[in-house]
Design a protein around this ligand. Structure first.
Ligand code: SF4
Length: 266
C-alpha cells in the first residue's frame, strides 16, 4: 500500500489490560491524512475505538506530553523498531509495512497497553547522582563560566530526554542484568564535565564502578544508533571508562601514600 493510494490504513496495537495480564492484539482502521504521526493516529483511534471486526473496545492507553520529541514519553516499538510516536510518520511507516504494528517497549513493565513504567531510567539517574547538589535555594549569583569547549562536550549529552530507547535496544539490559544503561552513564559524564559538578565527580565515578555500571557495557553500540536525539552515547561510555580508570589509579596512589605516612619511622 502506498500512502498516496491509501484512503484508510490499518494499525495493529498490542494491548494489555493490567501489568500481570496477557497481551493481545487489536487492529484498527484509520482514515489517511498526509503527515499524520503515530500519536495523532492513537488520538483518532481513542476517539472511536472500534476494531476492524466492528467490535467496540476500550481506548488504547499510551503516554505522551510535548508531541515534539522533547519530553521522551511516547516511546513505542513501531514496525519492530523502538522510536518516538510523535516523529514516526504514517507516510514513512506505510512504506515499511502494509499494516502499522504498534507495541510497548519490552524492557520496561507494561502499566497498560503502550504505557510502560520507565522508573528504571530515573532510578539509574539517582544511582549515579546525575545532578549538581545545592546547599541553598537562595540566590547565590551566577554559576562558574563554561568554556565553549566544555559546552561543545556537554550540549549533545544534555539533549537526552529520558525516552528509554537506548535501553530498549541494548542487549545488556535484560531480566538477568542490573546494567544501569547508556543513558545514566552519559548523564554522569554530563555532570562530571560541569565546573561545579566536577566537585562531586568522584561520587559519580564510584557509582559507575559498581556492578551494573560501565563494566557491564558490551559495546554492542545499538544505543548510539537508536538514540533519537543523537546523544554521543558510545563516546560518553568510553569517557566514563577512562575517568574511572584514572580515578582508581588516584585512589590506589593516595591510599599507598597514606599507608606510608602511617608507618612508624625507624
Ligand atoms: S540517551 Fe537518547 S535514547 Fe537514551 S534516553 Fe536519552 S534520548 Fe533516549
Amino acid at each position: 500500500m502506498t500512502p498516496d493510494s491509501a484512503k484508510r490504513f490499518r494499525v495493529r496495537i498490542q494491548r494489555q489490560d493490567r501489568r500481570d495480564s496477557r497481551p493481545y492484539s487489536e487492529e484498527f482502521e484509520v482514515a489517511y491524512e498526509p503527515n499524520l504521526n503515530m500519536t495523532s493516529v492513537l488520538q483518532k483511534i481513542a476517539a472511536n475505538p472500534v476494531t476492524v471486526e466492528g467490535k467496540k473496545t476500550s481506548a488504547p492507553v499510551w503516554e505522551a506530553a510535548c508531541l515534539e520529541e522533547v519530553c521522551g514519553s511516547c516511546s513505542f516499538v513501531i514496525n519492530g523498531r523502538a522510536r518516538q510516536g510523535c516523529t514516526a510518520l504514517v507516510d514513512q511507516l506505510l512504506k515499511e509495512a502494509p499494516v502499522i504494528d504498534l507495541k510497548p517497549m519490552t524492557k520496561y513493565p507494561v502499566i497498560r497497553d503502550l504505557f510502560v513504567d520507565r522508573s528504571r531510567l530515573f532510578e539509574a539517574l539517582k544511582k549515579v547522582k546525575a545532578w549538581i547538589p545545592v546547599d541553598t535555594y537562595g540566590d547565590v549569583g551566577e554559576g562558574p563560566p563554561i568554556s565553549p569547549e566544555t559546552h561543545d562536550v556537554r550540549y549533545p549529552i544534555s539533549r537526552c530526554m529520558t525516552c528509554g530507547i537506548c535501553l530498549e535496544v541494548c542487549p545488556q539490559v535484560n531480566e538477568s542484568s542490573n546494567f544501569i544503561g547508556p543513558q545514566a552513564i552519559a548523564q554522569a559524564v554530563l555532570f562530571n564535565e560541569h565546573p561545579t559538578g566536577k566537585m562531586t565527580s568522584s561520587e559519580r565515578l564510584e557509582a559507575l564502578m559498581l556492578p551494573g555500571g560501565v563494566s557491564d557495557c558490551g559495546n554492542a553500540q545499538n544505543c548510539v544508533k537508536a538514540c533519537p536525539k543523537g546523544v554521543p552515547l558510545t563516546w560518553a561510555i568510553g569517557k566514563a571508562g577512562r575517568d574511572i580508570t584514572l580515578h582508581a589509579i588516584k585512589k590506589w596512589f593516595v591510599g599507598t601514600e597514606k599507608k606510608k605516612a602511617a608507618e612508624p619511622t625507624s
